[in-house]
Design a protein around this ligand. Structure first.
Ligand code: FAD
Length: 311
């Protein structure tokens, strides 16, 4: 089975969700990756380690214009006669996969969380991760947009050959005036350690407690939705059903109640530590470790303990 995976290689490095998409595709068939831009061959060839047999790169355009990418992926799909086309269900995947589905008249499964079963049925997360739905595509070919952080990355192979190709992407109809990366060094979807705060922290002036602990641990910072809705923190830090989905090794949540919509984005964390004054907060049911206590006391003490441990 011929499987095509689109990955974004316009950043300084390839993101974790690209490795996830290639790992996922490898479980379905023979994997060709398609991408665009100026990324160097040595970076792209690393995709072979995750299962890609070949990487095709269109160097004629850079950036993430959805219309250009749709045309490029359609050209690549035709060239290799792809039976299945895989995207990560990130912002680019959400914009390009539906366009491609219309252009190619092929069924799309968005938010897939597992590989297709023997009869082609694909599991998708529904009701904020509380249940699985099972979707079957009725067209011969299919497009799958994989939920980020839903499967572990696996290294199975060695480096893959990289070849240039012409994706017939056409001219872009938009001009990107400026690109701004979010503050902080660690992108949230890829962070192994995350320290997060909720409304229990009372206001943005208290966020130093979160950033101090994050700094000591080398962690990314996150927040609940009301916190970003109130402009205490930037929107890209909001985790949950309507925010970023994360799967770190450690998630420390302070002053967050643990509403189902919040849990939907964090319940793939390996270890969850909850700090809350209310011993009946729902988050304790999902926690591996719980501290019933005031975040204003617990967080600074935790930061001091980490400092001492590192010294
Ligand atoms: P609260 O519910 O107000 O909880 C604050 C917690 O802090 C309480 O448990 C309290 O006991 C504790 N606390 C108070 N003082 C202290 C202290 N000093 N020390 C320690 N603990 C203290 N929410 C998300 O987070 N992400 C989403 O993606 C999301 N999507 C949504 C989508 C929809 C359609 C809807 C309807 C809601 C969504 N929400 C989402 C909102 C969600 O339902 C909750 O309202 C939200 O998660 C609550 O945020 P919170 O826990 O910070 O605040």
């Amino acid at each position: 089975m011929s499987v095509l995976v689109y990955i974004n290689s316009n950043g300084e490095k390839i993101a974790k969700n690209a490795f996830e998409a290639v790992t996922y595709a490898k479980k379905i068939g023979d994997v060709t990756v398609v991408t665009n831009g100026k990324a160097d061959d040595s970076m792209l060839s690393q995709l072979g380690k995750y299962g890609a047999s070949k990487v095709m790169v269109d160097r004629s355009f850079e950036g993430i214009d959805e219309q250009q990418l749709t045309k490029m992926v359609a050209t690549a799909a035709e060239k290799i006669d792809a039976n299945t086309i895989i995207f990560s269900n990130d912002l680019i995947g959400k914009a390009v996969a539906p366009r491609l589905s219309v252009k190619m008249n092929v069924g799309l499964v968005a938010g897939a969380s597992g590989v297709p079963e023997a009869d082609g049925t694909i599991p998708v997360n529904v009701f904020s991760g509380k249940a699985y739905g099972y979707v079957k595509v009725n067209t011969d070919k299919k497009i799958i947009a994989l939920l980020p952080n839903s499967i572990p990355v696996e290294e199975t192979g060695s480096e893959a050959p990289v070849e240039e190709f012409e994706g017939n992407a056409g001219e872009s109809r938009v001009t990107v005036k400026e690109t701004k990366l979010p503050e902080g060094d660690i992108p949230l979807p890829e962070a192994e350690l995350v320290v997060s705060g909720g409304r229990g922290l009372k206001g943005p002036e208290n966020w130093g407690m979160i950033t101090d602990l994050a700094k000591e641990l080398g962690a990314a910072t996150a927040c609940s939705r009301p916190v970003s809705d109130s402009d205490w923190r930037p929107h890209h830090e909001h985790v949950g059903q309507t925010g970023v989905a994360i799967a770190p090794n450690l998630y420390i949540a302070a002053g967050i109640s643990g509403a189902i919509q919040h849990l939907a984005g964090v319940n793939r964390s390996k270890v969850i530590v909850v700090i809350n004054t209310d011993d009946e907060a729902p988050f304790f049911k999902a926690a591996d470790y719980g501290v019933v206590g005031d975040a204003f006391e617990v967080l600074p003490r935790l930061t001091e303990a980490v400092k001492k441990f590192k010294a």
